[in-house]
Design a protein around this ligand. Structure first.
Ligand SMILES: Cc1cc2nc3c(=O)[nH]c(=O)nc-3n(C[C@H](O)[C@H](O)[C@H](O)COP(=O)(O)O)c2cc1C
Length: 251
């Protein structure tokens, strides 16, 4: 069994799953660890739709497109379970109605920050618990390709919003964890105030490492600098704003 530091530092997203079913007790451990996460004001502003219905997984696969490759992601339909993480102020609204107080948080940007940070932390806890149980996972933010359709299909009520998914399962035969290099630690840490010094040289160093990592995956001549420039050189999923407002939120 790996210790916590090992689980956190030697990890990697898994995108090829076996058909092996996940036992109920294993799932219970994963869900329990997930909901014990720290969360804003203990409001627990998220819900998890456990997607096991193959038709619904197929729907998610068909409506999800990678912003980089423009292609679908087959692991969404092949994973035995897809966890859809939804920011959830609906339950807060219900409680507040019972208390006869009107909810107003949805009128501030803060709602999106609170809800998505809660989801992010819960997803990380789930990811670590999944790895601890000997399974693998990959987060899927690209579900936001089709927020409108997801809201309809999963009957997401007012004051909820789909943030991301987690495809989970046992690793397919022959698949093992591949650790993607990170930027040097020095580039994350700033001594008391934000410093731009040294970042450019550190990126050059990192680009060499990532070029090798991409080459191992069969992608030639790609660096991290090129990858992020392609990724962030255009707005992504801008139609979301309408769905976000329809769910009762303001920006
Ligand atoms: C919020 C979030 C959304 C993500 N969305 C996707 C996605 O849509 N498709 C995908 O293949 N990977 C997705 N990933 C996985 C990242 O690409 C991956 O974590 C990153 O490349 C680092 O690789 P590693 O997890 O193997 O270390 C997502 C990760 C996060 C945290």
């Amino acid at each position: 069994m790996k210790d916590t530091l090992d689980l956190l530092t030697h990890r990697g997203s898994i995108r090829k799953f076996s058909d092996k079913p996940i036992p109920e007790d294993v799932l219970h451990n994963i869900y329990k660890a997930t909901i014990c996460s720290q969360n804003y004001a203990n409001g627990q502003q998220y819900s998890i739709i456990v997607v096991t219905d193959q038709k619904k997984k197929d729907f998610l696969y068909e409506t999800t497109v990678s912003p980089t490759s423009g292609r679908g992601m087959s692991y969404i339909k092949k994973a035995p379970i897809f966890l859809l993480f939804v920011m959830d102020f609906n339950k807060i609204d219900r409680v507040m109605k019972k208390e006869r107080v009107e909810m107003k948080i949805q009128d501030s940007l803060e709602a999106l920050l609170i809800g998505s940070v809660d989801v992010g932390i819960a997803m990380q806890a789930a990811t670590v618990a999944i790895a601890n149980e000997g399974l693998g996972s990959v987060a899927v933010g690209a579900i936001r390709t089709s927020v409108k359709e997801i809201i309809e299909t999963f009957e997401l009520p007012k004051y909820t919003y789909p943030i991301a998914g987690l495809a989970i399962g046992y690793l397919d035969e022959g698949v093992s964890i591949v650790e993607t290099p990170r930027l040097p630690l020095k580039s994350f840490l700033h001594d008391n105030s934000y410093s731009k010094a040294a970042f450019d040289e550190l990126v050059d160093e990192y680009d060499v490492k990532m070029k090798e990592a991409y080459a191992i995956k069969g992608i030639a001549d790609l660096t991290w600098s090129k990858f992020v420039s392609n990724y962030y050189g255009k707005p992504i999923y801008i139609e979301q704003i309408e769905s976000y407002k329809k769910q009762g939120f303001k920006l």
